[in-house]
Design a protein around this ligand. Structure first.
Ligand SMILES: Cc1ncc(C[n+]2csc(CCOP(=O)(O)OP(=O)(O)O)c2C)c(N)n1
Ligand SMILES: [Mg+2]
Length: 524
């Protein structure tokens, strides 16, 4: 057995049994070990941004880390943007990054680079294994770091000689699942529970929900707290995974832009933060505030993301004597008559009505629809129960890779990726992995032929009105992107429409048929 065999056995021992991969020469012994040893599901991504985004999506649904396999510094570098998103989502990932054999590094051959430096940009834990002998301990330490709640990125550089190095025959491999990492949330402060209970009273107080406070159970307790105190419930704009839909407690999402956020927060005197941050502007604008709550508003932190938000909300409900109350703000199911759906040119509201009508129970929606998706929240609140995932770090090119990982984590649930046309083009190769792995993903491309958001931002930051050269940097026409051809070229069924009724027909059909498919929705 060589080091690579021990690495694979160690990953499996720590319950890491999916590997999103894009290998090269330095990783061939690891690839050979993956080949020899059963149980690891290996999924090829044709760009490292697909690999790392898939690992993020996988963690959000599976609740345990996947491994990535990346080729030296450049492979890790290609994957950084989606690792950045994963770090912001607090997803646990074990990156295995191949490196040159130790005695070859001094020769400074072309792919030599500082892997640890690149890894540190996104990782909580970075290490280069020294030899085959240190691999087992290093792999287990990486898994433990990655699985530390709510989740962290661990990057292990794997020199080729550590992978091919033979170990004494006596060292038996670890058994699968034998080294489940024993890591727990940090306990929350009971003083914070008392302070939050005192602060919440009436609609001018806000319970702002973020990391760890977004699943059905946490939302139910938040609804009970609202029933008892009359407080307002909201979530942060971005949510790693939000339980939504009919029968669940529905909390409005904070808006994206500065002015509507300031308006939405204007009345609050006290804000209790549950895994959330005090609201700030996404970007700085010359004449707008950066901190968006009103002056004098008091913040009470019930939990940080490292705490168990669900348990803290249960404790807060108990402190308020609300544990047995019926929760407030439960979304009711509106059955939507297909004949009554909006028709004509696609609008955000019209698209949302179609989604609400056809999303099947337990669907997982990944939202990178950018400007088109801004108002999808309220109309879909009464859809069948579903989960809603957003890009957490603002780095676009997330939804399609994320959908790959999500679909692998939840093979029996329908996955819907709502994707801007500009965002899609960063990591469009994810479609190929969807086809190859026969994943049950429906991709809807919002084809407005522009970086639409940036048109607004141009004026918003005070840069004036875009001229010809600037406009060319904000539009995606000339030539028109043909997503149907791209999807078919990568093995997906695909269709295009610029009509809401046809979209409803296509989307409804996609929801009732398994397998990867793409709808290009042209928005004029
Ligand atoms: C990695 C990365 N590069 C660039 C940007 C800047 N950016 C933000 S949104 C956007 C365009 C989004 O276009 P699209 O997905 O078509 O959505 P639309 O704005 O048209 O609704 C760009 C380029 C970013 N956020 N992340
Ligand atoms: Mg666009």
């Amino acid at each position: 057995m060589n080091g690579a065999d021990h690495l694979v056995h160690s990953l499996l021992a720590g319950e890491v049994d999916v590997c999103f991969a894009n290998p090269g020469t330095s990783e061939m012994h690891f690839v050979a070990a993956l080949d020899r040893i059963d149980r690891m599901r290996c999924v090829l991504g044709l760009f490292e941004g697909v690999v790392t985004g898939a690992a993020d999506g996988y963690y959000r649904i599976a609740g345990k880390p996947a491994a990535t396999l990346l080729h030296l510094g450049p492979g890790l570098g290609n994957g950084l943007a989606n690792l950045h998103n994963a770090r912001r989502a607090r997803s646990g990932i074990v990156n295995i990054v191949g490196d040159h054999a130790t005695d070859h590094l001094a020769n400074d051959s072309p792919l030599t680079s500082d892997i640890e430096a690149l890894g540190r940009v996104v990782s909580r834990w970075v290490r280069t294994t020294r030899s085959a002998h240190t691999l087992r301990a290093d792999a287990l330490a990486a898994i433990e770091a990655a699985a530390t709640p709510p989740g962290q990125i661990a990057t292990l550089a794997l020199p080729a000689d550590a992978a091919w190095g033979e170990l004494p025959a006596g060292q038996a491999p670890l058994a699968p699942d034998s080294m489940r990492p024993a890591v727990a949330y940090r306990p929350f402060e009971s003083a914070a529970v008392v302070a939050a209970a005192r602060a919440l009273s009436g609609p001018d107080t806000l319970l702002l929900l973020g990391a760890g406070a977004l699943d059905d159970e946490a939302l139910t307790d938040a609804g009970r707290i609202a029933a008892r105190t009359g407080c307002t419930l909201m979530t942060e704009f971005y949510t790693a995974k939000l339980s939504r839909g009919a029968g669940r407690v529905s909390a409005a999402r904070l808006p994206y832009a500065v002015d509507p956020t300031v308006a939405a927060l204007a009345r609050f005197r006290q804000i209790v933060l549950v895994g959330a941050r005090a609201p700030i502007a996404f970007f700085a604008y010359p004449d707008k505030p950066r901190r968006l709550a009103p002056a004098g508003c008091a913040f009470i932190t019930l939990t940080e993301p490292e705490h168990d938000g669900r348990a803290a909300l249960a404790a807060l409900a108990a402190e308020l004597g609300a544990s047995a109350l019926a929760p407030a703000h439960v979304a009711s199911r509106r059955t939507i008559d297909a004949g009554a759906l909006p028709t004509g040119r696609p609008t955000s509201d019209g698209i949302a009505a179609v989604l609400a009508a056809y999303l099947p129970e337990h669907a997982i929606v990944i939202d990178e629809a950018v400007t088109t998706g801004r108002s999808f929240g309220p109309p879909t609140a009464s859809a069948a129960p579903h989960d809603w995932l957003s890009v957490m770090g603002g780095s676009i090119g997330f939804a399609l890779p994320c959908a790959v990982g999500v679909a692998i984590a939840a093979p029996n649930r329908k996955v819907v990726a709502l994707e801007g046309d500009g965002s899609a083009m960063y990591t469009i190769q994810a479609l190929w992995t969807m086809a190859r792995e026969a994943l049950d993903v429906t991709v809807v491309i919002m084809a407005n032929r522009a970086y639409q958001i940036l048109r607004g931002e141009f004026a918003g930051v005070g840069a004036g009105t875009p001229g010809r050269r600037a406009t060319d940097m904000l539009t995606l026409d000339r030539p028109t992107l043909d997503f149907v051809a791209m999807a078919r070229g990568m093995g997906l069924e695909a269709a295009r429409t610029d009509d809401l009724s046809e979209f409803a027909r296509l989307f409804g059909r996609a929801m009732s048929q398994p397998g990867p498919q793409l709808i290009e929705l042209v928005i004029g």
